[in-house]
Design a protein around this ligand. Structure first.
Ligand code: PRX
Length: 690
């Protein structure tokens, strides 16, 4: 029915070649809810799109789930394999009741993702095409590399890494800001079969040390400092502290290769440890510009990326080579309707999964021109993004709702004073995009012309899972629409029963897809327990979701103890562990609260040691503790003094009650009679504004 409805609607004239004057009226129904708000791609857009109609999408999706082996091997054949995979395209066990969880794609296939990103494109005649435009923090500071030049830079670094003894399977930690050297470093590791682990350069020394201790790299790649907006951040000092810490914990790193970022600081101002520290520019240019590829099995590890869970220390999500390669390339191509003439900018940092899959690998596997931006999107003012869009004639712009919300608070003239006429497709990722931000993005940034791909996915999934294909379906602001090829989302109830049709519940996935992570580094048991045991037979995402009457998916946020702050995933347990390290803190409980710009903010209830008085100074030092332990992005927005915490008789903290107090929904506290001491609730309420 819905398909017929869409067909009839798309026959309506659309506004002057633009994506229709939209807000189509669903026959006989009101427009009151977002669900009924349909935004059609223009005929012009659909006409040129890779997938141009709902029918085409449905046929492709049907084949992808009925014959995954055929669907994905056809696509994989377009890439370079030194040796084709074995008889089985994939094999899997996703049911804990049937033995260990196991996912394999293209096993026995021998390839190299760096080769497919660079050499293959150069050989196909794209050597002179720009691979990367780099935009520095300051206006006017920029650079670029063609595919041939990028290949040469990557080879030089690969040769150096080999020279210092890095071998296939060795871990390399990368702690770099958004310089061109960051994607170069990732590709150089991939070329020699080393496993990169990029740590976002906003993490503190302690967090970096924790990751170093877990994956034991021989070498760390960093730079001396970076400027973000008006601030200079001395990254090398953070690395020094992390390396001191990790060697105390028994893991010493032999080499610290340091890029001299002269726009941020000088060599003289950089502390140096002879024998360990090496200036990048002193050694790398001396190495040959070609380097043999290390051919690897499709199931050999490509990278580790640590992410937060609801309990304990961060988890090392492990992705392998072949499936991830095919999946990121394909999702990039279809979700952004990629054309070889596009110039693409993803504002994410390579320290997160988005920067792995959609700054580096996905786009480069397609031979795309990618923009890499060092700075802050509101520096020197809120027009910076659109200045960059016009400068490079960017056609695909992919960002996070938090950035959209922060920019929409400023005057629209910061947007409208730039032309933006090169834009064709917009994208959103990291958290649910609220409909008002969606509309502003669509109407103001995209001049009501560019479809928005609201891509739902996770570090674990490797690539997009639920996303619009911009030329296929009409969009609904705030919905990630439909599953990507090969993806079978299911919504289950508390007991793990699949619910059909219009419903809400826990979002799981049935069956594997090529980009799925294969394990948690060094802890396969935790992998199974966290993702495959909650609802046996399915991968559990940790997200809540509803499906409307037309089959559109609406993500509603995490259902576990993970908070999503500005699209950054933070475990409440991690923040709590940081707070209790404070010598005057006895106990802490952290919950998420709604935040106008960040999506969610961090709200911490803190119980102090007996007799310690509350003070502003103490509050600041608690926040500082979290900044030092995790990083500035995890700093609590609010500290709420708590003489006691609401606990059950068995000692379990009732977060439900804390969430209500944090959001001041005091009438909705619910039943508090099961608390060991119900009077703590009144005490907390009394201290709400202290
Ligand atoms: O809650 C979902 C949210 O971000 C989580 C994954 O975080 P991370 O692994 O850090 O990866 C972020 C970039 C892919 C998810 O569990 N999330 C991500 N994208 C969306 C989203 N929620 C709603 N809509 C999205 N488009």
């Amino acid at each position: 029915n819905y398909l017929r409805h869409v067909e009839s609607m798309s026959q309506l004239p659309s506004g002057a070649g633009k994506i229709s004057q939209l807000n189509a009226v669903v026959l006989g129904e009101s427009l009151a809810s977002e669900e009924n708000d349909l935004i059609f791609p223009s005929k012009e857009f659909s006409g040129q799109a890779l997938v141009s109609s709902p029918q085409q999408y449905m046929e492709m999706h049907k084949r992808s789930v009925e014959d995954p082996a055929g669907f994905w091997s056809d696509i994989a054949s377009e890439f370079y394999w030194k040796q084709k995979w074995g008889d089985q395209v994939f094999s899997e066990n996703l049911d804990v009741r049937k033995g260990p969880i196991r996912i394999e794609w293209f096993k026995g296939g021998i390839t190299n993702i760096c080769y497919n990103c660079l050499d293959k494109n150069v050989e196909a005649g794209l050597g002179d095409k720009i691979a990367m435009y780099w935009e520095g923090n300051e206006i006017g500071v920029d650079a670029s590399l063609t595919y041939s030049e990028l290949l040469q830079r990557v080879c030089q670094l690969s040769n150096y890494l080999k020279d210092i003894g890095v071998k296939k399977g060795d871990a390399v930690v990368i702690y770099l800001p958004m310089l061109m050297e960051l994607p170069i470093a990732m590709l150089a590791c991939a070329r020699i079969g080393a496993v990169h682990s990029v740590v976002f350069a906003g993490f503190s020394a302690d967090s970096l040390a924790q990751r170093i201790v877990d994956c034991k790299p021989k070498v760390i790649l960093t730079c001396n400092a970076v400027k973000r907006g008006p601030k200079t951040i001395n990254l090398k000092a953070i690395v020094d502290a992390a390396l001191d810490q990790s060697s105390k914990d028994g893991v010493s790193v032999d080499v610290c290769l340091t890029y001299e970022n002269s726009s941020a600081t000088t060599r003289e101002n950089t502390k140096w440890q002879n024998g360990r520290d090496v200036w990048w520019q002193d050694v790398i240019p001396k190495y040959p510009t070609s380097c043999e590829v290390e051919w690897v099995d499709a199931e050999d590890p490509l990278f580790l990326l640590y992410t937060s869970g609801s309990t304990g220390k961060p988890k090392g999500v492990l992705h392998t080579t072949g499936g991830y390669m095919i999946y990121t390339a394909t999702t990039f191509k279809y979700a952004f309707d990629y054309k070889p003439t596009d110039v693409y900018w993803c504002t994410a940092d390579c320290g997160w999964i988005t920067g792995h899959s959609y700054v580096t690998y996905g786009p480069m596997l397609n031979g795309a021109t990618v923009v890499v931006f060092e700075g802050a999107p509101n520096y020197p003012d809120s027009g910076r993004c659109w200045d960059i869009v016009d400068k490079h004639k960017i056609s695909i712009f992919y960002t996070a709702p938090t950035l959209v919300r922060s920019l929409m608070r400023d005057d629209d003239k910061f947007v409208t004073r730039y032309s933006r006429k090169s834009l064709r497709v917009l994208g959103s990722v990291g958290e649910p995009i609220n409909p008002s931000a969606w509309r502003w993005f669509f109407n103001v940034v995209g001049d009501s012309r560019c479809p928005i791909s609201d891509t739902w996915w996770q570090t674990e999934t490797g690539g997009f899972m639920i996303t619009p294909l911009p030329g296929a379906w009409p969009q609904k602001p705030g919905s990630a629409t439909f599953p990507f090829f090969g993806v079978q989302p299911v919504i289950v109830d508390e007991k793990g029963n699949e619910i059909e049709g219009e419903c809400g519940g826990y979002l799981c996935v049935k069956g594997s897809w090529p980009g799925a992570f294969r394990t948690l580094f060094g802890d396969h048991e935790r992998y199974e327990t966290t993702y495959f045991k909650p609802f046996a037979g399915y991968y559990f995402s940790g997200d809540g979701c509803s499906r409307d009457k037309d089959g559109y998916y609406w993500l509603t946020g995490r259902v576990d103890d993970v908070i999503n702050v500005s699209g950054h995933r933070i475990g409440t347990a991690e923040v709590e562990s940081a707070l209790v390290l404070h010598p005057q803190c006895a106990e802490a409980a952290v919950v998420g609260i709604d935040h106008e710009v960040k999506g969610q903010g961090i709200y911490a209830f803190v119980t102090l040691l007996e007799g310690v008085p509350y003070s502003e100074e103490l509050r600041k030092s608690l926040v500082l503790m979290v900044r030092n332990q995790i990083g500035a992005f995890a700093a609590p927005d609010r500290i709420h003094w708590a003489p006691g915490l609401p606990k059950t008789r068995s000692g379990k903290i009732m977060r439900r009650i804390l969430r209500k107090i944090a959001s001041r929904q005091l009438e909705e506290l619910g039943d508090i009679s099961t608390l060991a001491d119900p009077s703590v609730v009144d005490q907390l309420i009394a201290l709400a504004d202290v």
